[in-house]
Write a protein that binds this ligand. Structure first.
Ligand SMILES: Nc1ncnc2c1ncn2[C@@H]1O[C@H](COP(=O)(O)OP(=O)(O)OP(=O)(O)O)[C@@H](O)[C@H]1O
Ligand SMILES: [Mg+2]
Length: 811
């Protein structure tokens, strides 16, 4: 860089204004000599301007926009250490990058319970010994009501936290003497509901019995706490029917049966197993009888029910009508979207108990393969059970879910629901949340073995003429389960029922491994690492039930809604980035032209101050303001037309074609910007600094009008930033030209006096922006984009909307 070459003047003739500038400034004493930098020198100066304008400014702007947007967004997404209480360990929840990832998501895998539904279980029906009992008498928790406290207990009343409804007939049955099959079944049914769970009762003095004075008899409030909301609902229901769980330790439980406290020894508990889909507890009663009480999914329970029963030493087949009636009600209620559970029990003989106890102790203390050993132990007693009945619980659909599912579908996102629940329940919920619609062709694959499923899938594929999908991994095409997969991918919606958490993870992994599409899984799924989103609308999410490496995602009631809203923000600002790019490319290119035409001289018409102020004030302020405040469309419109998101998938706002068109346009604009002043001042005697000052003001006018052409929402601050930056630039030029020590001293005062200066700016602006304006008008007229149509619809609707309001107001 320290190398300089001295050349003769002859080459300078190509740019007379340069020569004159040197003469005017007296730099070369009228001699036609000047210094030329080596190309390397020029290259570095050009490179530095490119780095500053092309990289630094867009990056800083991008970061600013990101920060502002993150601050406003509905989700807080972060890399975070989560704490898992159940395993007493920490795990990492990976963050999700909203810009890059969320806009690209093509698949959402969702849990049913707690994601589509509220996860607030309400006990609806009890099917006891084949007979269905519903709701008639309402028992709530209003302390002012006598009935508000479970009224079935004789001496003691328990105030429950949640509302419950009980059936008179069933209550009457429970008050009969413990005699007859139906009565005994009802007794054991509620005992099982109260005992076979992991719910912990928390007792506290009720407000109606405050200050230690027992106003309404002996009233205490109970709050049932536990992992499973289903179990909480069941225990609460049992209490409403007079079977109140009031104490639980690892060794015993205390149940208040119609006012009579019964202490039962818990010999062992097989916790709920999501693979077996059932759980059991072994109880020793005060009369020394030992029973196993079991509850679980119908599919897992019916297969372990007794086929015959022993009466007076003879084995007699079990009457099938109770079972058939129960099954009938189960299908009926699950088709209504209720979550059903089957309840059964059995007396254990001493020999069975001994065998089980031995195995249980060994399995519980085993350090290896504990789960399998416990499963084998459970199988010893979870067999030949007597059916007691079933329960049906309602888990209401979350508000806004149908609309959101519809929006996501229109946005081109495939929603798959993976649930552990029964097929009928899942289909019913699927229909009520509009995941499944009447215009869809339903394919039900319901097989009991791998081969059966594979055959059913292959048949369906042939029947519906599904074409093979292109996989990212070509080896996959050779695998035998490909027909099934092809089918799943071609479906609009996939609903998987009775899947265990690990299988859910497997389904997600399958899609991830076979397509390039970005996926998002929502729910508490064990065994998969992945993205986590945390909802932060003021509520503190509860993460304690999430297992390590789970898809850690806690959702509030309107997560899907929030998600769509978040997506809507992804469309904004692309234009702005393009404009910034333009500004930097344009200015950089003008500098490059200038450097090139001056035969790679290191002298510049633009002062260091102009270059610096250009990036800091002249153009970045309006772009940042517009970037933050301007919106393509209102949230309302984006929510109304979720199809607009597919423009993001198609990269409508920023693609290669658009990039090159913008680049060509940029070239054109910078050529106009550079040559128009040069031609206009061809034969004049103005110096290089005057030309530089003209370029500076012209480029700022250009960038701002260019930006203004894309602004959709004009606010006062947008006006101030856009037009204000032109005035500020002018003001800065005036100030810089008033400082005597600068070489450009006084130039602007001469320039503004001549109309040529103003005409030059006008001409540059018109000529530079004309192609862009024409292209924009033609494109918008003949090939309007979805976003533009929605925007126009929104503008057109506004007066109508106001009219409708007035009309409504007057009626
Ligand atoms: N605590 C429990 N005791 C006995 N059986 C249970 C218990 N919890 C669930 N089940 C049975 O096991 C099935 C599977 O449970 P799982 O938690 O995997 O799925 P889910 O809660 O029904 O649905 P989702 O996958 O949407 O959460 C349930 O449908 C139910 O029949
Ligand atoms: Mg569940």
């Amino acid at each position: 860089m320290g190398l300089w070459l001295l050349r003769h003047k002859d080459k300078l003739d190509i740019l007379p204004y340069y020569r004159r500038s040197y003469i005017t400034n007296g730099l070369n004493n009228g001699k036609y000599y000047r210094y030329y930098g080596l190309p390397m020198e020029t290259f570095f100066s050009f490179l530095s301007s490119i780095i500053v304008f092309q990289i630094m400014i867009p990056i800083s702007l991008y970061i600013t926009m990101e920060l502002v947007r993150l601050g406003q967004s509905y989700f807080m997404i972060e890399d975070e250490q989560m704490y898992d209480q159940s395993t007493n360990s920490r795990f990492q929840c990976r963050s999700l990058n909203i810009n890059e990832d969320l806009g690209q998501i093509r698949y959402i895998f969702s849990d049913k319970t707690g994601t589509l539904t509220e996860n607030k279980m309400e006990f609806r029906r009890a099917i006891v010994y084949g007979k269905d009992y519903g709701n008639s008498l309402h028992v709530g928790d209003d302390p002012s009501q006598e009935e508000g406290i479970t009224g079935v207990s004789g001496r003691k009343r328990w105030k429950l936290k949640s509302e419950i409804t009980v059936d008179d007939e069933l209550v009457a049955l429970l008050h009969k003497d413990l005699d007859g099959k139906e009565r005994i079944a009802a007794h054991e049914f509620f005992l099982t509901l109260a005992a076979c769970n992991t719910v912990i009762p928390i007792l506290s003095r009720s407000s109606s019995g405050c200050m230690g004075v027992q106003i309404h008899g002996d009233v205490e409030a109970i709050d049932y706490q536990g992992e499973s909301p289903d179990e909480q609902a069941l225990v609460t229901a049992a209490s409403a029917y007079g079977y109140t769980l009031i104490e639980r330790t690892s060794g015993h439980i205390v149940i208040d049966v119609n006012g009579e406290k019964q202490r039962l020894d818990v010999l062992g508990l097989h916790e709920f197993d999501s693979v077996l889909k059932r759980m059991s507890v072994v109880i020793r009663f005060p009369n020394n009888a030992v029973k196993v009480l079991v509850k679980g999914a119908d599919t897992s329970m019916f297969s372990i029910l007794a086929k015959d029963t022993e009466i007076s030493g003879h084995r007699i087949p079990v009457a099938v009508d109770t079972r058939q009636a129960t099954q009938h009600y189960l299908t009926d209620y699950s088709s209504q979207g209720l979550r059903t559970l089957v309840v059964a029990s059995r007396d254990l003989t001493d020999a069975e108990l001994d065998e089980w106890q031995f195995s249980y102790e060994e399995a519980s203390t085993s350090l290896t393969d504990r789960t399998t050993k416990l499963r084998q132990t459970a199988a010893l007693i979870e067999c030949r059970l007597n059916l007691l009945g079933a329960t049906a619980i309602e888990d209401k659909l979350q508000e806004g879910v149908p609309e959101t599912i519809e929006s996501l579908r229109q946005a081109g996102i495939k929603v798959w629901v993976l649930t552990g629940d029964k097929q009928e329940t899942a289909i019913s919920i699927g229909i009520s949340c509009k995941l499944l619609t009447s215009d869809m062709q339903q394919i039900i694959i319901n097989g009991y073995s791998e081969d059966e499923c594979r055959n059913l899938l292959a048949d369906a594929k042939t029947k519906y003429g599904v074409k093979p999908a292109g996989y990212k991994n070509k080896n996959i095409e050779l695998q035998k389960d490909v027909p099934a997969f092809d089918l799943a991918i071609s479906c609009k919606v996939v609903l998987c029922c009775r899947v265990a958490p690990l299988q859910k993870a497997g389904i997600v992994d399958l899609i991830k491994s076979r397509t390039d599409d970005m996926t998002l899984a929502i729910g508490r799924w064990k065994g998969v690492s992945g993205y986590g989103i945390r909802f932060c609308n003021g509520t503190v999410p509860v993460f304690e039930k999430i297992t390590p490496c789970a898809w850690a995602l806690e959702l509030s009631a309107c997560w899907l809604f929030g998600f769509v809203q978040l997506l809507s923000q992804c469309c904004v600002c692309i234009d702005v980035v393009l404009t910034v790019d333009w500004g930097s490319v344009g200015f950089g290119y003008t500098q490059f032209q200038e450097t090139r035409c001056s035969d790679f001289s290191t002298s510049s018409a633009l002062t260091d101050w102009s270059s610096m102020l250009y990036s800091i004030i002249y153009t970045s302020v309006p772009t940042i303001v517009v970037g933050i405040l301007d919106k393509d469309l209102s949230h309302r419109a984006l929510l109304q037309f979720p199809k607009l998101y597919t423009s993001g998938h198609r990269h409508e706002s920023y693609n290669m074609k658009l990039f090159w068109i913008t680049m060509i346009d940029t070239m054109w604009q910078s050529l106009v910007l550079f040559y128009i002043p040069v031609f206009i001042y061809e034969d004049s005697t103005i110096d290089i600094w005057s030309l530089g000052s003209l370029w500076t003001i012209a480029v700022v006018v250009l960038v701002n009008i260019h930006l203004a052409m894309d602004i959709q929402r004009w606010l006062l601050i947008t006006h101030v930033a856009t037009w204000g930056s032109i005035f500020i630039t002018f003001g800065c030029i005036v100030i810089l030209d008033s400082i005597p020590i600068f070489p450009n001293y006084g130039t602007i005062y001469h320039l503004v006096k001549s109309p040529t200066y103003w005409l030059a700016i006008l001409l540059v602006t018109i000529l530079a922006l004309l192609p862009r304006l024409l292209l924009k008008v033609i494109h918008q007229f003949f090939w309007p984009s979805d976003i533009q149509i929605a925007r126009e619809a929104e503008i057109l609707r506004r007066p109508n909307h106001l009219r409708t309001k007035t009309y409504q107001g007057s009626t």
